[in-house]
Ligand binder design. Sequence first.
Ligand SMILES: NC(=O)CC[C@H](N)C(=O)O
Length: 205
Amino acid sequence: MSGRPVVGVFALQGDVREHVRALTAVGATAVPVRRPAELDDVDGLVIPGGESTTMSKLSVDFGLYDPIAKRIADGMPVYGSCAGMIMLASTVLDGRPDQQSFGAISMTVRRNAFGRQVDSFEAPVSVSGLDAPFHAVFIRAPWVESVGADVAVLGSISRAGVDGTVAPHVVAVRQGAALATSFHPELTGDLRLHELFVEMVREAA
Ligand SMILES: NC(=O)CC[C@H](N)C(=O)O
């Protein structure tokens, strides 16, 4: 694809505006997606940071869950940051019993794994394919506890979890056309991960 790819941003909950701004800055046409029909015209979808339990509930209530699941199954590129990462997981730990996720990436994620709101933090993360570390913002962030064979681990951080033990934890992954980070690139001026995602969208189109 040579023109501007159209990238939807799941807009029923979360930091939608920040993703729209970042996607626009890297050359995509970014459109908020609230209704199933709005999915039809997008080449890719971002699921923002926010609250995954609310996203799960609202996407079911608004009839958006099944259409998104179908587009993902058909190969639409997706990127999830933080709550969005949780929405892309195949298994969610410490979630609500009725919480649903799309399973775009074969991974088990643990919600709020680094602690509660007060344990939010910023730290550099080396991400495969990026020349210099990414200044990563973590807010009640999940980590990836295990991944399937087809998942590429792009970044990890050595940090204490809720249990107080310092260990390396996976915070950025990719499987095919699906990308996910525990942190929020949309809240920094660093556009490299949005660039990577828009490139993935161009390749898939
Ligand atoms: N900053 C975030 O997106 C937080 C994610 C939130 N803890 C959740 O479980 O959905």
